[in-house]
Design a protein around this ligand. Structure first.
Ligand code: UD1
Ligand code: CA
Length: 459
């Protein structure tokens, strides 16, 4: 098999976004555009993937990490100049190079594979991925000769009126014979309206050398959407959302209102899960069968077990077991772990805490930096006092303990197995197993006090 390489163009600033965030880092369904592109490319069998970075180089590298190699384009002199920055790494290699823009987030690995297959089948030296656009404004247009063969690509700003009427556009995605690409790039000039070195000019140069040039027209225009401004960004978001949501519905997930349901590209969801509107599932979240999510719940990088319900709540970076009930209005903060059959009810905040199976904090509590055993009942208004102003401390509540309402557990502290803490206690010493701890002032009743008060007022 021929060797395959890929170059991702991601050095531009994205002036038209009018943003301090570099264009290719703008998220679509929660994932930066350039990450979408690289993830799709990585479904192909590639020897090398190189991203050309410039504006925001560090941030782009931080995002992609080891998914890519990098070359720097110091000055943004055009897409042709950008590819040329990979010359040192690629120029002497035999094989096929795919070039993709970092601002086409909807492009799929399947379409890239079809493009490569077409390129190979045609024995072409360059193949352009094209699409038919209802409104081609802003894209490069594909100029075909009398015999239907691709001759060249003309940019919007350089196109004559006649050329502007052409609806077949350059998606900015190509396959090239690698050696020929880098030879031809050296002959690209910047003699055009924008004064830039255009990558698409390679097509005309190779054509002039008598090489076979081909085009593969994808039927899915939406895949080729190039995001140059925030209007296009919102279109990309909508299309991506629709693609993701339809796939989940086909796989057996009920989305009560798909228009109002936001699921990231790396989320996995089991069968017969029901998701109510206003829910946002982000990052590497997994939801197991028969769970019920929403309305209005946000779950980020978390695992949710089967038959669990999460209503009007937020959970991040946590592991939640099966048959757990969360909410309404609960907050599960990072590094929490809830066992099976746990209940975290309204206005309960859990942070960096573990709950064993069957434990409950049903109302109005803060449980942070805590290890809670199984079968524990945490009464309404319980607070783990975890912070002394400098350090955080651990509260341990062992199996089957019962914490009465409105208790403060001043950490570090342990409530032993099966122990009781009386309501209203402020606990700052360990409670032994099976003990009852009462830590509040005694009640005194002053008999007849009310009438005494009233008679004083009269005088
Ligand atoms: C480009 C194509 C156009 C095509 C469209 C598809 C050129 C000259 N034009 O136009 O034919 O229809 O994409 O979306 O290629 N970049 C660099 N360095 C540079 C310039 C750009 O890395 O010096 C990167 C940008 O970050 C971006 C990508 O290349 O990710 C495309 O650049 P952009 O300016 O968006 O090109 P378009 O005008 O959209
Ligand atoms: Ca673009």
């Amino acid at each position: 098999m021929t060797n395959r390489y890929a170059v991702v163009l991601a050095a531009g600033q994205g002036t038209r976004m009018k943003s301090k965030l570099y264009k290719v880092l703008h998220p679509v369904c929660g994932k930066p555009m350039v990450q979408h592109v690289v993830d799709q490319l990585n479904t192909l069998d590639l020897q090398e993937l190189i991203t050309v970075v410039g504006f925001g180089a560090e941030k782009v590298q931080e995002q992609l990490g080891e998914d890519s190699h990098y070359v720097i384009q110091e000055e943004q002199l055009g897409t042709g100049h950008a590819v040329l920055q990979a010359d040192d790494i690629l120029a002497d290699k035999e094989g096929t190079t795919v070039v993709v823009c970092g601002d086409t987030p909807l492009l799929t690995g399947e379409t890239l594979q079809k493009l490569l297959d077409h390129h190979d089948a045609q024995g072409a030296k360059a193949t352009v991925l094209t699409a038919h656009a209802e409104d081609p404004h802003g894209y490069g247009r594909v100029i075909r000769g009398g015999n239907g063969q691709v001759e060249r690509i003309v940019e919007q700003k350089d196109a004559s009126e006649e050329e502007q009427a052409i609806q077949e556009i350059n998606t900015g995605t190509y396959c090239f014979d690698n050696a020929m690409l880098f030879d031809a790039l050296k002959n690209v000039s910047n003699d055009n309206v924008q004064g830039e070195y255009y990558l698409p000019d390679v097509v005309e140069i190779l054509k002039g050398q008598g090489e076979t040039i081909s085009a593969y027209q994808t039927p899915e225009f939406s895949e080729s959407l190039g995001v140059n401004d925030r209007v296009a960004l919102s279109k990309a978001e909508k299309l991506m959302k629709q693609r993701i949501n339809e796939q989940h519905m086909r796989n057996g997930v009920t989305l009560v209102d798909p228009e109002q349901t936001y699921i990231g590209p790396d989320v996995t969801i089991g069968r017969d899960v029901v998701i109510y509107p206003g829910s946002v599932l982000e990052g590497k979240t997994t939801i197991e069968d028969d769970a019920l999510i929403g309305p209005h719940s946000t779950i980020t990088n978390s695992h949710v077990g089967s038959e669990t319900t999460i209503k009007q709540s937020v959970a991040a970076d946590s592991k939640i077991g099966s048959r757990v009930q969360i909410g309404p209005f609960a907050h599960i903060r990072p590094q929490s772990s809830l066992g099976d059959d746990v209940k975290v009810g309204n206005f309960v905040e859990v942070k960096k805490a573990s709950f064993g199976d069957g434990s409950k904090a049903s109302h109005l509590s803060y449980i942070g930096d805590a290890e809670v055993g199984s079968g524990v009942n945490i009464g309404c208004g319980t607070i783990t006092v975890n912070y002394d102003g400098e350090n955080k401390h651990l509260t341990t509540i062992e199996d089957d303990a019962f914490i009465g309402c409105n208790s403060n557990l001043i950490a570090p502290v342990t409530v032993g197995k099966g122990a009781y803490v009386a309501a209203g206690s402020t606990i700052n010493q360990d409670v032994p197993s099976e003990a009852l701890s009462i830590a509040r002032s005694r009640q005194t009743n002053k008999e007849g006090y009310a009438s005494k008060m009233k008679s004083i007022k009269k005088d």
